[in-house]
Design a protein around this ligand. Structure first.
Ligand code: NAD
Length: 324
């Protein structure tokens, strides 16, 4: 049995979470899941005064993994850091792994999750403001090691994405760390690419990529781009992995304008649940979900409006569960 903390989140979160829970119910064969629901996100601020209440933190710590819906993040200066960032810090979830599969594309973006511009260190200066971009050898080495191990299990190609021609010191640290780790994986072909060129190549020739590894903000941007190239943000999952814990979520946000309308695509959230099962050692169940997603999409029964179909969120989830 695996205990899962389920955070439905805000906006379309509860709808896509309900669809994923339905699929997880159909996927349990040879193992069982105990799902423990908890509040987090903007809705939790209204109810509890914080986006990650103490009760939720206790549930997270007792669980083997977390399945997280999208959450609305306040953008006002001084607003609390997002619940996702708090959970990543709480469990040191340093690797953000985003597989993009579809339209003949099959690549994975591995994004450093703990530093870079996401360290959130900003301060006002006369005439403007400054953000710090922290890059350490330790964090760069461990993300590079994660990406290399993944490439070694796949098509054995790693592209490290940087801007060391401009950000010479910070990306210099990152590039040196990747190249030092690469020596341990002689069978993985390693190439470097500037982030602007990578953004262009992802549109022009996405099939050339297997695994990409990059710093936090570049990874954030490129992974949304890659998700769209592979069929749309509604289809893409994301794993946040540390040495002992994992949090799994769709790539997309809370899409407030779609909330409560039953039209959001649940596939990103369902694929996030599959990544979670894989992390928990239930690789066969994870693969069965991925196949069921493909069958249900091909039949049209799981095609929501963003994919040109007519299925509701609930119908799409049900169609995938039925294939399972
Ligand atoms: P968003 O992903 O919520 O929405 C952007 C657009 O993408 C939507 O208007 C919609 O057209 C499309 N889209 C997104 N998800 C979809 C789905 N499941 N099905 C169909 N179409 C979908 O991004 P945003 O508008 O930049 O952000 C809205 C809120 O979400 C913000 O508060 C932001 O901070 C938050 N956010 C949260 C996460 C997270 O919790 N991991 C990630 C990104 C954004």
């Amino acid at each position: 049995m695996h205990t899962i903390a389920v955070l439905p989140g805000d906006g379309i979160g509860p709808e896509v979470t309900a669809a994923a829970v339905q699929v997880l119910a159909a996927a349990q064969r040879g193992f069982t899941l105990e799902l423990v629901f908890a509040d987090a996100g903007a809705g939790a601020i209204e109810k509890h005064g914080t986006n990650l209440p103490a009760a939720t933190q206790r549930i997270l710590k007792r669980a083997d993994a977390c399945l997280k819906g999208p959450m609305t993040t306040l953008e006002t200066p001084g607003a609390p850091v997002s619940a996702a960032v708090r959970i990543r810090r709480m469990f040191d979830l340093y690797a953000n792994v985003r597989p993009c599969r579809g339209n003949g594309v099959d690549l994975v973006i591995v994004r450093e999750n703990t530093e870079g511009l996401y360290a959130g260190r900003e301060r006002p200066v006369p005439g403007g403001a400054v953000a710090e971009r922290l890059v350490t050898s330790r964090a760069s080495r461990r993300i590079a090691a994660h990406a290399l191990a993944l490439a070694n299990r796949r098509r054995k190609k790693l592209t490290y994405v940087h801007k060391a021609n401009i950000l010479r010191m910070t990306d210099g640290v990152f590039v040196r760390a990747v190249l030092s780790q690469a020596k341990r994986y002689p069978r993985v072909a390693v190439e470097g690419m500037h982030v602007d060129a990578a953004a262009m190549q992802l549109v022009k020739a996405p099939h050339q990529f297997d695994v990409l590894v990059t710093t936090n903000l570049f990874g954030d941007i490129l992974s949304d781009e890659a998700a769209q190239v592979a069929g749309g943000v509604g289809l893409a999952p994301s794993a946040n992995i540390g040495d002992r814990y994992g949090m799994f979520e769709p790539v997309h946000g809370s899409a407030p304008k779609y909330a409560g309308k039953g039209i959001a695509n649940p596939v990103g959230m369902i694929r996030a649940a599959a990544l979670m099962l894989d992390f928990l050692g239930e690789a066969r169940a994870a693969a069965r979900i991925e196949r069921a997603v493909q069958v249900a999409l091909a039949s049209g029964k799981a095609r929501t409006r963003d994919l040109g179909g007519r299925a509701s969120t609930q119908q799409a989830g049900k169609a995938i569960a039925e294939v399972l």
